[in-house]
Design a protein around this ligand. Structure first.
Ligand code: N01
Length: 502
């Protein structure tokens, strides 16, 4: 019988073969593919109340995917029911719920369980994991906690003293009715450019605090026609062909990011026209104009961002924030703007992930300590020297600016499932990438990074760590990553045999 629900109130088992942390796209894919490979002894824990990860948590008005719907699903669970070319958050969350329910793995999910820490027990050759629901041991630990799951608050003086409502974009307070209120949004990134147009029409006034003007291209979103949906459902292969075409179109943009900046300058001309079409006021136009190479930060897509900025009740403020008072934001020029609600859309702790502080490897060093010594890095974005049997989903340098993370997640999951297969086949207790393999992989990644627009484009983005190294993105086509992670390369690893193994 297919398990459609996690067992209510079930205790955690004392030991499992594989423990997965996080039940978003990554954790769900890992669970489904492990089950498909014949491994049933796994557990997935998540601090949230259901599957979905970032798509469960980001419920702000206007939340939608800026990657086309056709690419934003698992290859093994296409969705013929997308209603639009760019899906909204509720639709994506509904899709993930459906996939989880239909896959029959939910009986091995435990929600409302916080991962508190894990240490590698070198004698027993397993992970000792502490959770809010008690301890559990696991031979393999899969961290699928997501790079964009820990909100980052701005370092603004007086934030704690502000007496109005204040919340982060990823923790939207739906109890706050914004109608007729004076609202401020700090940030003009991917989240803010969706929030601002969605709320501008109902608030009394909206102050948008911009530190860096982003590049924003038109979105070209549309509802699918009935016939298209019918074709996706009924014509064999139709949706796969559509998906492949979207994939190839996205992959064709890779040279713009990694090697051929003049393509970016052509695209930026069309992006500037996007500003000019929507905004007549030359002062506002100038404020909205980015001053770095297109692609250096995530290229945003929206057809209603600039029209929203041009509204009478919206002000784009580029003067730096000085501090907050109990009822206002004060900018460096001394202007105080009274507000009732402050929305903080300042992104996530992407390069200093808190989970890294909670994982202790072979030497007793935490992942955060190891990364602060040698930089955030891993082998193939999946494994880390000093951390046996730890697999990361969306690890270092696996992010994308141009296409679907679901593709990268599936590549990483295939790699870890094959690793687990080989561990059992060769009766290995543990595998750990050699220092040499990890160093060579990263030297190659960072060498390729030098010519990319992310390094040369004249911007500061969350892709870069404190030393200015891009530790977030993959600097090659995604099919290359797929090829390089297609099977687990045991020869890049130090391994230990299981007791009784030959
Ligand atoms: O965060 P961001 P986000 N004072 O880091 C500004 C994914 N995503 O939540 O550019 C003033 O992009 C900061 O300014 P600056 C996607 O991968 C996907 O919007 O650093 N401003 C910037 O404007 C994305 O990249 C979708 O100068 C401050 C903004 O806050 C990632 O999530 C949708 C500040 C932060 O932008 C993060 O997006 C939404 C300060 N102290 C998000 N600190 C999809 O559609 C920061 N800022 C798939």
């Amino acid at each position: 019988m297919i398990a459609q629900q996690p067992p209510a109130g079930a205790a955690l088992p004392e030991r499992v073969a594989v423990l997965i942390v996080g039940a978003g796209f990554g954790g769900l894919a890992a669970a489904i593919k492990l089950a498909g490979s014949g491994e049933q002894d796994f557990l997935c824990i998540d601090r949230g109340a259901e599957v979905g990860g970032t798509w469960r948590d980001n419920t702000y008005p206007g939340a939608a995917c800026d990657v086309p719907s056709q690419l934003y699903s698992f290859s093994f669970a296409l969705n013929p029911d997308w209603s639009r070319s760019f899906s909204t958050q509720p639709e994506i969350q509904g899709y993930l719920r459906r996939v989880a329910r239909d896959s029959g793995v939910l009986d091995r999910f435990r929600f409302g369980v916080e991962f508190e820490g894990a240490s590698w027990d070198a004698d027993a050759e397993l992970w000792r994991v502490e959770t809010s629901a008690g301890p559990v041991t696991a031979r393999l630990l899969v961290s699928a906690a997501g790079a964009l799951s820990e909100p980052k608050l701005p370092d603004v003086a007086g934030l704690a003293a502000f007496e109005g409502a204040v919340f982060h974009s990823a923790q939207w307070d739906h109890g706050q009715d914004l109608t007729g209120k004076r609202v401020a949004v700090i940030g003009t990134g991917a989240s803010a450019i969706q929030i601002v147009p969605a709320i501008a029409g109902r608030v009394a006034r909206l102050d948008v605090y911009q530190r860096t003007a982003p590049w924003v291209l038109p979105r070209h979103d549309r509802a699918y026609r009935r016939l298209e949906k019918l074709a996706m459902r009924r014509i064999p292969g139709y949706q796969r062909v559509l998906r492949s075409l979207v994939y190839l179109a996205r992959e064709a943009t890779v040279p713009m990011f990694i090697a051929t900046p003049w393509i970016g300058s052509l695209v930026s001309r069309s992006a500037t026209r996007n500003i000019d079409r929507a905004i007549c006021d030359p002062v506002l136009r100038a404020k909205a104009q980015p001053h770095f190479a297109l692609g250096c930060k995530r290229v945003l897509v929206s057809s209603d961002w600039y029209p929203a900025l041009a509204r009478d009740n919206v002000e784009l403020i580029t003067e730096p924030i000085s501090h907050l008072t109990p009822d206002a934001i004060v900018t460096a020029d001394g202007t105080a703007r009274q507000i009732d609600v402050l929305i903080v859309a300042t992104g996530f702790q992407a390069t200093e992930q808190p989970i890294a502080e909670r994982i202790k490897g072979r030497t007793g060093q935490t992942l955060a300590q190891a990364w602060s010594e040698r930089g955030v890095q891993g082998y193939k974005g999946a494994t880390v020297h000093g951390f046996p049997n730890l697999f990361l989903v969306i690890g270092p340098n696996t992010g994308l600016g141009h296409s679907s993370m679901v593709y990268m997640i599936e590549s990483q999951v295939a790699y870890l499932v094959d690793a687990w297969r080989q561990l059992r086949r060769f009766r290995l207790a543990s595998v750990e990438p050699t220092a040499a393999a990890e160093a060579a992989w990263n030297a190659d990644v960072q060498r390729r990074m030098r010519r990319t627009v992310w390094s040369t484009g004249g911007c500061r983005s969350w892709y870069l760590d404190a030393h200015g190294r891009n530790v977030a993105l993959w600097p090659r086509p995604t099919y290359t990553f797929r090829r390089l992670t297609a099977s687990f390369d045991l020869d890049a690893y130090a391994s230990t045999p299981s007791d009784g193994a030959a």
